[in-house]
Structure formats: structure tokens, C-alpha cells
Design a protein around this ligand. Structure first.
Ligand code: ADP
Ligand code: MG
Ligand code: MG
Length: 892
């Protein structure tokens, strides 16, 4: 049988899985010889058992008895003993800190008798002692009532307010022993009325019930929500710490506070924290009374202040990191109640890592480990200035894609593009977006939707583009037809009104909030030299250099135009991993695709292709130029053709309404749209299938690539094209396209007299491709894992359909901790990637392997790619620095 209970002297900081963060660090501090009130920890394993079986594991009671007995004999008093009670706190504490999400009960052990014992044992005048004891008692009933008995906390707060009002004060320091005695009676009545039982007076029963309540608080709705947001696994459970009480509410020579060893917002060294005299721990957080800055403690109690600073230094040196601390002073004696490596802002993380590096506390590998790609991403988004005057907050949606955007409201993709062309900043507001809104999203500064979650179309696409997005702002009623939306409070916002959206917080404002450029981006852009950028930019520069040095993976960018390519290069991209050629068919060129689809015969088709070719060629030339000397992987057209055609419903209506008058072209178009209509376009005529079904289409693209490369070469450039065939499932498909491509490359070589070698490879995005990778590698010079489609086809999920409908439920049930479209599913999709990588290499040693799905910019997925030994990841230009950092961290 496992050991379920650890004394604080038995644990250490590395036992977080078992003891939770709080318990592990209480043990660590105890063993460092710091003043921690004695106690013990019940493991998270016991909690897991309890949550699974609904009862406590066998043997736990005996262990708790033994540890409680030991604690009692060490303290020389018994739990709740009437003449001199031992009191304890029962505190939650999981592996990952979940601030305020779970429960804690203080002063366990008090009842109608021991409250007198407590009063008799403490110092001070009789009034002071009485006041302290009854205050402690009412706190117990209040916390116990809320936490263990599930009573609405407001009932207790209201009762306190009543007493304060009667006393004519708004400060609980003015309340007397008598007031608290009355409150205890009132609270007991509340318990009786609300819970249908008496407040338990048996100290041991209090403790046991509190332990179970803490276990149960793991599944409190807010804890569940917090875990989902923070990607904390659902099944860890929480440990419970039983800690002997110390009292910050014994008078003005007592108090409680929190402290940071450095500023968690900026990383600067100094004295940061808050202190509250004559109070118990939860008062500080609850904000009932105004705290004083920690610095003031020096004046209030110099000895404790000096001791605290000494301990803070000990902790920083010991943890080699910024720590945060909870402490209590009982009559001039300092007690440590909690410490942990402190949460910090992204900027502080970079600064602190470099400060510790300078102090020699950590090495540069460790400094890189101390920051994350997500933090870097946060530093790259433009942000709103702190002051928000004269603007009204409309609502809060989901913070889908960070950044700050200000612009005029528009409700359609067309209008967005139109106004943007006229030089206006716009925010595209929709109920939800779909692929038709792409142009509008590109044109807009930001996107706001009233429906859909963090993995909705709007969110995913916006993140990919590095565009600010707030989604699922459900309080908004978006009325696209009438060009307006309404917000709570009856505010109506019309097209053309200015709004500001904060993709980092999800806040939506009416009016303009000033936006600031991120210095980190200006540094990556080369506009700001590292030396001139202040300590944050210097820290980023230092860590990025090290990451690049360590990285085994290269980082390429997904880009289909020269501007993005150039930016990606400035951001450190080692080439293009995915150039989507279909993006070049949007806008005005749509008509050419229509012609292609409507072509009645080979001649008409060829004419359409001939019109497209020079356009494609010039696109490619621009990209080759921006990426001169670096590989550019160009994917031949992938999506089904109907995506480029008008909407079937709209068109049918138009034709039907026109009746006999209908445009001949519209009629033919409708016919074509109907012909191309598919039940499951994702699994239909697309990718390589399109290339094989529509003669000349792929050939036109290959020719454009070859001619662009030849032109660049003739102009003295160094183009490095790689031609990529999408959606291959069988080597035969690839062979057919490859042979055609080779022939065209040879023709162009012949015609231009310029020889530009081009690799021909394939996407691996179907399970069959992964499983037959050995065969496919015979015909492919490189593989690029298209993990978006591979995830869709492996799970059988249609991304656009599943994310809004049942993913929330799946996350709740813990079927996955994070959407497999955000972070690569290692067990399933990852397994296919491994198999394909292995078998591909076996068949063709040295075959180039990369990944080009959304996952290429996701930190966890980058680590996976490193483990599998891919050559590169490819992600959106804006994510390139993030992926570079993670590629380095993965190699450390
Ligand atoms: P949280 O995880 O929400 O911070 P804690 O378990 O740390 O919850 O407890 C809440 C408050 O009660 C904290 O301010 C803490 O310092 C205080 N506290 C907890 N245990 C004790 C104790 N044994 N003596 C005095 N104060 C305590
Ligand atoms: Mg705490
Ligand atoms: Mg694909």
C-alpha cells in the first residue's frame, strides 16, 4: 500500500506530483531550516483514489491518526483541546498552482469550549484576547460553511455588514469581541438553516470533513475551467496540507503578507509585496482592507522585516529563481506559510532569466529553459497602452489571438477589403467566419465574432496570420443584414463606428484605445538594434542567439507572397516550408478559375491555363527573390475547385429569379457548381486528384515555377524551388505527377538554357501515405507532414465542424487535454509521423523531412518534431521566432 501521508520534514520540492506544489515547497522550506509551522501533507494520490471511488483509501485514516498524534506531541497540545487547543489549517495544493481555485479552511479545531481555551492562552489584554479568539472562531464557521457545506458566502458577508453598520464602521478592525460572539451565533444559524445540520463541534470531524471538501474542490466548476484554460491535466488531483495555525490577527504586532523576490511584472529586483496588520491570510487576497506596501514593514517591525529579506535571499539562491511567498507574523515572530517559483509576465520571464544568468545562479541553457515560446509570442503582439480613458468596455469575449486592434466596424468581407484598400483600419465583425471571409480577415486589423471558441475558424485563421481576434463574444447580437451589433446595456454599434479589441484579454471597447508597437518585433524586424532596445530586447536577443546555436531543427515559414516571405526572412526563417498556390487564385483571378471550370473543350481549358500561368510565374519570382539562396517549397493547388466558385445557394437563387432572362454564363456556372458539388469536399476531388483529373492544371503550375526559377537565375539570383504534391495516398499518384513535372522541367531547361534543379516531393497528410511511406519515398525527394489534414483524417474529424460542436465536451471529459488541432496528438497522429519518418529514411537515406501544419508554430509540437528528428518545421511568418526559440529549447 502506498504511503499517503508525509510529514513536512519528509518531503522535498521535487515531490510535487505527490505532495502538490504547496506541500512540496513547505517541506523544502522546513528542511532548509526556515520557520514553517509544523504539519503534514496527504498526497494527491489519496485524492485521486477518493475522487475515483467516492471513499477514502484504506489505511489513510490510520496514517492521518499517526501523523496527527505526532504533530500534537510536538506541539504539546491536542487538536481542539478545550483549555489550550491545537488549531490547524486544511489547505489545498495541486501539482500546478491554481490560485484561489480550490479551497482552504483555517482555524480548524475551534468550538464553543476551545474558543475560551484559545483566548486564555494568548497574550494581551482580556479584551484583545477575547476579540482574537471569537474572530478566529467566526472565520472557521464562515470558511467551513462556504467550503465544506457549500453555503453561499454572501450570507456570511451580509451578516458581517449588518454588524458593521450597527457599529457605524466600515472597517472590521473596529468590531469588538462581542460583535464577533454575536456573529458566531448568527453564523451557526445560517449553517443550520442552509445546510440543515449543526456546525460540527468535534475538532476531528471538522478536520476530516475539511479534507474531503478540499479533495472535492478539485472538481469545482471554476477549477475545471481554470485547468482547461491552463492546459492542466484533469486527473492529477490535489494534495491536502494540514498545517498548525499561526496567527496574524493577534493584534497590531501581528499581521500577514505576500512578497515577491523580484517584481513579477517587470523583473526588477527590489522589495515587492503587501502587508496587512492584525489580519489572517485570506484578508490580503480578499481585499477587505487596504494593505500597505511591504516596505512599510520595515517601520512597523524592523526585526521581522530584516529576517524576511534574509529568507527571501535564501529562497532565491536555493530555487535559483524568482519566488513568491506568503508569510505571517505572530507577535513579532515571522512564519513562512508558502513559497513557490513565482508566476510572472512574459517580459519579466526574459529579464529575470538574464539577471540570474548575470548573477551566475544559472547557465545560459537554463536561461533558455526559463522562458517559453508562448511568452515570446506575447511580447510580439502590439498592445494597448495601459490607460483606457474615455472609452467604454462593451463586453469580453475569448482571447483567441493576441494583440490590440483598433478600427471601424465592418460586417462583410467585401466591405472590409474595400475600406482597407481606401486606407482605413477596419475590424471585421461577424457571428462566425468561414473560408469566404478570408479576404476580409486579411484586410482587417482584427476580427471579432459572437460565436465559436478558441479553435473556431476565426480563431485558427487569425492566429495563423498573427491577426488580433476576439471570438465567442456571446453578449453581442450581431445583425449583419442591418449592419449593426448590440452590446449589453443596449449599446448599438453601426458600421463605421470605431471599436478596439484586445486579443490578449478578450476585451472589446467602444472607441479608440491607443496602441503601442512591440519593441521586440521592431528588434526582429531589424529596426531596433539589440543594444538600443533596453533590457527586455537585450534579454530576448541573448536567449534567441543561444537557441539558434543549440537548435537542430530549422524553422521555415508558410508564405505565399513576397512581402510575407521577406518578413519571415527578417524573422529568421530558413526558407519557405509551405507556399499555398491556391491563395494566388483569389480576388480578381477567380474569374480565370471560373473559365477553367467552365471550359467546354481542351482549347478553352488551355486558354484559361495560359492566362493563369504568367500571373503565377510573377508570384513565384517575387518569392524566390525574397528567399534568395533558401529553399522554397511550393505546394501545387490543393483545395477543391468549388471553393473558388460562387456560393451554390446564392447562384441558384439568382438564376431562378432571373428565370428565362438568366445570364448564360450564370447558367453554365450553376451547372458546373452543381457538377462539382460534393458531400464531403474534404475527402473529395482535391490535391493530387485534381492534378490527375484536370489535365494541364499541375503542369501549368510546374511550368510557372520552372520559368520563374530560370528567370531569377538569369537575373543572377539563386532560386531553390521544391515542388510539393498534396494529398498523395499512393506512390502511383505521385509517380504520375512527378513524371509529368520532370518532363516540363526538362522542357523549360531546354527552352531557356538555364538549369535550375527542383526537388519533387510530397505532403504526408493521409494515414495511407504515412503507412506506405517506404514506397512513397521511392518517388519523393522530400516529405512534408501536413498535420492539419493528417489530424483530420486520422481522427476522422472535420475541423470546421467538430470544434464548435463537441470539442468543449471532449475537453471537459478529458478525452484530450488540448485540441489535437492546436497541439499535435503524439499518440495517434504522432505515431504515423514517426512511422513515416522512419520508413521514409530507410527507403531513401537523407530524405528531407519537415512539417507544415499549424503545429509547426506550436511549442509542444515543435518539441515533438525535434524528438522525431525532422529537419525543419514551417509556420506562419509571425511565429518563426517562437518556433526558433522552441527548437533551441527542445535541443537543450
Ligand atoms: P491559496 O492556495 O488559495 O493561497 P492557502 O492554503 O495558501 O490557499 O491559504 C489561504 C490563506 O491562509 C493564505 O494567506 C495562507 O497564508 C493562510 N494560511 C494557511 N495556512 C495557515 C496557517 N497554518 N496559519 C496561518 N495562516 C495560514
Ligand atoms: Mg496560498
Ligand atoms: Mg492538407
Amino acid at each position: 500500500m502506498p504511503k499517503f501521508v508525509y510529514d513536512f520534514t519528509e518531503g522535498n520540492k521535487d515531490l510535487k506530483d505527490l505532495l502538490g506544489g504547496k506541500g512540496a515547497n513547505l517541506a523544502e522550506m522546513t528542511n532548509l531550516g526556515l520557520p514553517v509551522p509544523p504539519g503534514f501533507t496527504i498526497t494527491a494520490e489519496a485524492c485521486r483514489y477518493y475522487l475515483e471511488h467516492g471513499n477514502l483509501p484504506e489505511g489513510l485514516a490510520d496514517e492521518v491518526n499517526a501523523h496527527l498524534a505526532a504533530l500534537e506531541s510536538a506541539m504539546g497540545k491536542k487538536l481542539g483541546q478545550s483549555d489550550d487547543p491545537l488549531l490547524v489549517s486544511v489547505r489545498s495544493g495541486a501539482k500546478f498552482s491554481m490560485p484561489g481555485m480550490m479551497e482552504t479552511v483555517l482555524n480548524v479545531g475551534l468550538n464553543d469550549e476551545s474558543v475560551h481555551g484559545l483566548a486564555a492562552q494568548v497574550g494581551g489584554t482580556e479584551t484583545e484576547r477575547e476579540r482574537f479568539a471569537w474572530d478566529s472562531y467566526r472565520r472557521l464557521i464562515q470558511m467551513f460553511g462556504k467550503t465544506v457545506l457549500d453555503i453561499d458566502g454572501d450570507l456570511f458577508e451580509d451578516a458581517i455588514e449588518d454588524v458593521k453598520r450597527a457599529r457605524g464602521s466600515d472597517n472590521d478592525v473596529d468590531l469588538t469581541a462581542d460583535d464577533f460572539r454575536k456573529l458566531v451565533e448568527r453564523f451557526k444559524t445560517i449553517v443550520r438553516e442552509q445546510a440543515g445540520r449543526e456546525f460540527p463541534t468535534d475538532p476531528r470531524e471538522q478536520m476530516d470533513l475539511a479534507v474531503e471538501a478540499v479533495f472535492n474542490s478539485w472538481n469545482a466548476p471554476r477549477a475545471i475551467l481554470y485547468r482547461r484554460q491552463e492546459r492542466i491535466p484533469v486527473d492529477l488531483g490535489t494534495a491536502v496540507n494540514i498545517c498548525s495555525m499561526v496567527f496574524g490577527n493577534m493584534g497590531m504586532d501581528s499581521g500577514t503578507g505576500v512578497a515577491f523576490t523580484r517584481d513579477p511584472a517587470s523583473g526588477q529586483q527590489g522589495i515587492y509585496g503587501d502587508y496587512l496588520q492584525n489580519a489572517q491570510g485570506e484578508d490580503v487576497v480578499a481585499g477587505i482592507r487596504n494593505t500597505v506596501p511591504l516596505k512599510d514593514l520595515e517601520r512597523i517591525d524592523k526585526a521581522s522585516y530584516d529576517r524576511l529579506l534574509e529568507i527571501m535571499e535564501t529562497l532565491e539562491n536555493h530555487y535559483r529563481d524568482m519566488c513568491d511567498i506568503e508569510f505571517t507574523i505572530e507577535r513579532g515572530k515571522l512564519w513562512m506559510l508558502q513559497t513557490r517559483v513565482g508566476k510572472r509576465t512574459a517580459a519579466a520571464a526574459f529579464r529575470i532569466a538574464c539577471q540570474l544568468l548575470d548573477q551566475g545562479l544559472i547557465d545560459v541553457d537554463e536561461a533558455a529553459r526559463r522562458v517559453t515560446g508562448d511568452q515570446l509570442a506575447q511580447l510580439m503582439f502590439p498592445r494597448f497602452a495601459d490607460r483606457v480613458d474615455g472609452v467604454r468596455k462593451l463586453t469580453k469575449g475569448m482571447n483567441a489571438s493576441p494583440g490590440a486592434a483598433v478600427g471601424k466596424v465592418v460586417f462583410s468581407s467585401e466591405r472590409a477589403a474595400e475600406l482597407a484598400r481606401a486606407g482605413e483600419d477596419v475590424i471585421l465583425v461577424r457571428r462566425e467566419t468561414n473560408p469566404d471571409d478570408l479576404a476580409g480577415m486579411v484586410a482587417a486589423r482584427g476580427v471579432l465574432t459572437s460565436r465559436g471558441g478558441k479553435t473556431s475558424h476565426a480563431a485558427v485563421v487569425a492566429r495563423g496570420m498573427g491577426k488580433t481576434c476576439v471570438c465567442g463574444a456571446e453578449e453581442l447580437d450581431v445583425d449583419v443584414k442591418n449592419g449593426q451589433f448590440t452590446a449589453p446595456g443596449g449599446v448599438t454599434v453601426r458600421e463605421g463606428d470605431l471599436i478596439s479589441i484586445d486579443g490578449t484579454s478578450g476585451d472589446v471597447y467602444l472607441g479608440e484605445v491607443p496602441v503601442e508597437d512591440s519593441p521586440v518585433v521592431r528588434y526582429f524586424e531589424g529596426e531596433l538594434a539589440a543594444e538600443e532596445g533596453g533590457d527586455l530586447v537585450k534579454a530576448v536577443d541573448r536567449i534567441m542567439r543561444h537557441a539558434d546555436e543549440r537548435a537542430a531543427l530549422k524553422v521555415r515559414a508558410n508564405s505565399d507572397n513576397p512581402g510575407d516571405s521577406a518578413r519571415a526572412r527578417r524573422f529568421g526563417a530558413a526558407g519557405i516550408g509551405l507556399c499555398r498556390t491556391e491563395h494566388m487564385f483569389l480576388g480578381d483571378r477567380r474569374q480565370l478559375i471560373e473559365k477553367l471550370v467552365l471550359a467546354a473543350d481542351g482549347t478553352e481549358r488551355q486558354a484559361a491555363l495560359d492566362a493563369l500561368e504568367p500571373l503565377q510565374k510573377s508570384d513565384f519570382e517575387g518569392i524566390f527573390e525574397a528567399m534568395d539562396g533558401l529553399p522554397v517549397t511550393i505546394r501545387l493547388i490543393d483545395p477543391p475547385l468549388h471553393e473558388f466558385l460562387p456560393d451554390i445557394t446564392e447562384l441558384s437563387v439568382r438564376v431562378a429569379l432571373a428565370g428565362d432572362e438568366a445570364d448564360e454564363k450564370d447558367r453554365r456556372l450553376l451547372e458546373a457548381v452543381n457538377r462539382l458539388h460534393e458531400q464531403n469536399p474534404m475527402l473529395g476531388l482535391r490535391g493530387v486528384r485534381l492534378g490527375l483529373a484536370i489535365p494541364g492544371l499541375f503542369g501549368m503550375q510546374v511550368r510557372a515555377i520552372a520559368e520563374a526559377a530560370a528567370a531569377r537565375r538569369s537575373a543572377g539570383g539563386d532560386p531553390r524551388p521544391e515542388i510539393m504534391i498534396p494529398l498523395v495516398g499512393a506512390v502511383q499518384e505521385l509517380e504520375a505527377v512527378r513524371d509529368e513535372a520532370r518532363a516540363i522541367l526538362a522542357e523549360v531547361r531546354e527552352a531557356t538554357g538555364v538549369d535550375v534543379p527542383a526537388l519533387i516531393g510530397t505532403m504526408i497528410e493521409l494515414p495511407r501515405a504515412a503507412l506506405t511511406a517506404g514506397q512513397i519515398a521511392e518517388a519523393a525527394e522530400f516529405f512534408s507532414f501536413g498535420t492539419n489534414d493528417l489530424t483530420q483524417t486520422t481522427w476522422g474529424f472535420s475541423r470546421d465542424d467538430v470544434e464548435a460542436s463537441f470539442f468543449g465536451r471532449y475537453l471537459e471529459l478529458g478525452i484530450f487535454g488540448v485540441s489535437p488541432f492546436e497541439t499535435l496528438d503524439r499518440d495517434g497522429v504522432g505515431r504515423l509521423v514517426r512511422i513515416a519518418a522512419e520508413e521514409g529514411r530507410e527507403a531513401r537515406p537523407g530524405i528531407k523531412l519537415g512539417i507544415c501544419g499549424e503545429h509547426g508554430g506550436d511549442p509542444d509540437s515543435v518539441h515533438f518534431c525535434h524528438e522525431v528528428g525532422l529537419d525543419y518545421v514551417s509556420c506562419s511568418p509571425f511565429r518563426v521566432p517562437v518556433a526558433r526559440l522552441e527548437a533551441g529549447r527542445a535541443a537543450i
